[in-house]
Design a protein around this ligand. Sequence first.
Ligand code: SF4
Length: 395
Amino acid sequence: MAALVQAEMAAAELRQQLLAWWEVHGRQAIPWKRRPDGHPPQPGEPLDPYPIWVAEVMLQQTQLQVALPFWRRWIAAWPTREALAAADEHDVLLLWQGLGYYSRARRLRQGARQLLGQPWPRDLEGWLALTGIGRSTAGSILSSAFDLPFAILDGNVKRVLARLTASPRPPARQLAGFWQLSERLLDPRRPRAFNQALMDLGATVCTPRNPSCGRCPWQGHCAAYAAGDPAAYPVKDAPRPLPFQVIGVGVVLNGAGEVLIDQRLNEGLLGGLWEFPGGKQEPGEAITATIARELREELAIEAEVGEELISLEHAYSHKRLRFVVHLCRWRSGEPLPLASQQVRWVRPEQLAEFPFPAANARIIAALQERLARAGAAPVGAGPEPLHPEQSRPAA
Ligand code: SF4
């Protein structure tokens, strides 16, 4: 019992210290945490959940400063869930371009359709029913919008709590304990302010490298600080090497100077985005053979694989890829979307109108530079012009 009372006293002191620090040093100007008139809400005063929800989904994989301009453009384009529900998926993906993890954009639109005509959820279950919303995002939306006492446990909070307690195991291995701690610390009278303060502390003071312990309101309670090496926390498991794959990519041009692109299936990584066709190199296969094979298997076309345009590497959280991109000349066959939603021939200057994954932006830049260098001259496998009848195949 004495230990419980002591723990509660420590929690009360930690809350008070954190909120006092936040009043002065917190990130008070975050637009979705303010009323429409720009003033901070009173305790318990509800805010519009829509802009908060959009921001929370953007912030799942992106830092605040990066997400802010995207959020502003998004809210200007679709200021309400009704507007988002009616939006074209193509436009939604295009606006998201550059934020990565595109399934988040499609899920926001899907969620807007799901919630249409209903009151905004005020419990965890209501938010968890939306695809891609986890407990921490749901807790953050509920506390931010309605000032309800739901705890959060995002990456910043895990790091702060791991250091506060000098936890000997990685947070992912003791999530239940971390959730309990976050709930115990949460200020039931000011949950909105407390959660924001905790996130702000992690983002601005208790940073991943070189935490500024001299400016920290929790220094006196922090076990990692007392141990002398706060940056050693959170303890991490040894990293596993990422699998590596080489991807052959064909930038296929026809005689009219159009380039062939295809739209990925909606399911899976980068679903719904556009890309240049290609695929994995098989063991012992020359990259030009990979590209010719992929074009045949996935688009039913024959193409002559020409010079290399660019080679680049891109790391995802679960794998590393090297894209080896070659210019190709279309020879025969009407392109068919055998492994994609649709295929299209487009003018190179139209490529900006399509949402592409980040790695493709460099391919597009290299193509445009190559075309600019070549002027009106044909690029690709050679100077031979295509037969006029082959110059504009149907998409
Ligand atoms: S004292 Fe240092 S390590 Fe501990 S919570 Fe504060 S900033 Fe983080």
